[in-house]
Design a protein around this ligand. Structure first.
Ligand code: TYD
Ligand code: MG
Length: 477
């Protein structure tokens, strides 16, 4: 029996569903976000399946927790940085959403990946709803991806937005191991209301493609655009439907691109992949620290090197601070790029209250170089060092790197993975590490790698002491 079409309204911001249109969403309070959705199609059931899938009620089979469990198979993508973020490759039958701002390099990343997959013998389908075949070919030529016979044989290109066509082709040719859809917002399914990109279209198209991936066992990569606010444009509901969500981030003015997992059913979510966008496409960056520090200029006040951690990977970064006299009558400006402005305010408050360093009358600009965004409280000590250095006009030692969390009483607190951070410092030729004072058993005290000297700090005042006061410096001059 055919189902009667249902009309309902879905908020593009929060996905709340209403029976009637309203100017404002009652759930999230946004204006003009309700979009009409007509549900008239019953999604196809997998054919030939047994049990409930075939329409018959099945019996629920339950089992014990301690049975045999095999880890999922993986398809090596040929891109080490991507494999790392996925957790050693794509899982057959899984669905990965790759989000990111327009122009950040999602299509480039996936074109390079599909070519690498084809080169290593996997059948791959790349469907573009955004670009014509000519454009894709020209890009591939520019990236010198079109010369390898194996790639040409294994990689199929298509320009289409019609999900029914794509589905028909996928039902017909079952050898494909990986299918890339660029982008899900351009896809369209007949019988579903709304234009491509609307909640109902995106959801229905994704549902149909995901169903095919699950029944046929190919890995599906959906590319999606993200708005400035960081939400996947329109249908955030996709995040719940897929197995992994990766964000491709970076500043378009910078070379660096970071691939970060926001969700991963088959691996950790704290790994990052680092790439550099060059004239010849994306280059993988196996040693990000060296690259992030490459343009560092010594002997400038207001800069300090932070020994950070992204996932299991240590990364050394430069933190820069610029102080200038407050402009205007209002509160001083706190401009922060790549870090948390609330945390900067906290450190400024602690510096004033516990060490007497007053910066309330100064505008503070803080920048993490390279366009990377850090979330770790471990960066506190390096930020404080950069602030004190800027305030006193004394450069930090170029061979010193910092890490440690700062508490409200000015104490320097321990952070995880000291050993990894120290090893990375030593590897890059740093000679001194300023780190939190060790508490706990002496046997657990971190060991210094060869060539690196450890200097433990218990309180922010100990850090202040390492810089002469501005008055003393002028007196000496
Ligand atoms: P693209 O992959 O089209 O971005 P997205 O799919 O995320 O919208 O990449 C767009 C930008 O990347 C474009 O502005 C130019 C730049 N780019 C390079 O710098 N070098 C290259 O080799 C390529 C292919 C692109
Ligand atoms: Mg694109």
């Amino acid at each position: 029996m055919a189902r009667k079409p249902i009309t309902r309204f879905v908020c593009t911001q929060c996905q709340a569903v209403f029976p009637k249109w309203n100017g404002r969403c009652d759930v999230c309070g946004e204006w003009n976000t309700l979009e009409e959705e007509t549900i008239s199609v019953t999604p196809n059931r997998p054919q030939g399946g047994g049990g409930a899938a075939a329409g018959k009620p099945g019996r629920l089979i339950t089992t014990r927790l301690d049975g045999k469990a095999t880890p999922p198979a993986r398809i090596e993508t040929g891109m080490a940085e991507l494999n790392r973020v996925l957790g050693s490759g794509l899982v057959p039958g899984s669905v990965v959403l790759v989000g990111g701002d327009p122009g950040i390099g999602k299509s480039t990343l996936m074109l390079q990946t599909t070519c690498a997959l084809a080169r290593s013998g996997h059948d791959v389908l790349y469907v573009s709803g955004e670009e014509a075949i000519d454009q894709i070919r020209l890009r591939a030529r520019r990236l010198e991806l079109d010369g390898d016979p194996k790639t040409l044989e294994r990689l199929e290109l298509a320009a289409s937005i019609n999900v029914a066509d794509i589905a028909a082709s996928l039902e017909e040719v079952k050898s494909r191991k990986v299918v890339v859809i660029d982008s899900i917002q351009t896809m369209w399914l007949e019988g579903v209301s709304g234009a491509p990109g609307s909640v109902s279209q995106v959801r229905s198209c994704a549902f149909e493609l995901i169903r095919l991936a699950k029944t046929q066992g190919f890995a599906l990569v959906l590319i999606g655009h993200v708005t400035k606010e960081g939400a996947l444009a329109g249908p955030r509901v996709l995040e719940h439907m897929v197995d992994a969500v990766l964000y491709f981030e970076g500043d378009r003015g910078h070379q660096f691109r970071i691939l970060r997992a926001a969700k991963n059913r088959f691996g950790a979510t704290d790994e990052i992949g680092v790439f550099a966008m060059t004239d010849a496409g994306l280059r993988e960056v196996p040693n990000p620290s060296a690259l992030f520090l490459a343009e560092r200029r010594g002997n400038i006040a207001g800069s300090a090197v932070f020994a950070g951690l992204e996932g299991t990977r240590p990364v050394l970064l430069e933190i820069q601070v610029l102080l200038s006299a407050k402009s205007g009558d209002g509160a001083a400006r706190r401009a922060v790029l790549g870090w948390d402005s609330a945390r900067l305010n906290m450190i400024l408050a602690v510096l004033e209250a516990r060490c007497g360093l007053k910066l309330a009358s100064m505008d503070v600009h803080l920048n993490v170089t390279g366009g990377l965004r850090i979330n770790e409280p471990a960066a506190d000590l390096a930020v404080a060092a950069a602030l004190i250095s800027a305030a006193t006009g004394q450069p930090t030692d170029p061979n010193t790197a910092y890490f440690g969390e700062i508490g409200l009483s000015g104490e320097i607190r321990q952070v995880p993975q000291t050993g990894l951070r120290l090893k990375e410092m030593a590897k890059l030729g740093f000679r001194t590490a300023l780190l939190p004072r060790h508490v706990g058993s002496a046997s657990a005290r971190p060991k210094a790698p060869a060539g690196l000297q450890l200097e433990e700090l218990g309180h922010l005042a100990d850090l202040m002491k390492r810089f002469a006061s501005p008055a003393k410096k002028t007196a000496e001059a």
